[in-house]
Each structure stands twice: as structure tokens, then as C-alpha cells.
Design a protein. Sequence first.
Length: 65
Amino acid sequence: MKLLPVEIVKEYQNRILNIHPSLLPQFGGKGFYGMKVHEAVIEAGAAESGVTVHLVDEEYDHGKI
């Protein structure tokens, strides 16, 4: 998900979900999206992977899971 403007996040607080293609907090943050996440997981030799669904807040790849 692209970083949303703070005004949008505040207007729709606790109503925006993000589906992140890793088990956060691993492989999260700026620059980790789409295939970049999967490539980083493979390169790191992670024993397991998955997805995280979380509420969007003002911080990138953060929010209640």
C-alpha cells in the first residue's frame, strides 16, 4: 500500500486495512512492498513466511494487527 496522507488516515481512523505480504515486523517498512518483500524473505533464508492484516495508522507498516 502506498503511504496515505495523514489527513486521510485520520478521517478514516480504524477503517483502513492493509494486507502486507510478510509476518510483520519482519520485512516491513519503507521499500518493502510487492515482490520486494518476497525477494527479501528468500534472500534472508527465512524458515517461514506469511501475511499480516493490520489497521493503517500514521506510521508505515504499523497499526493494530
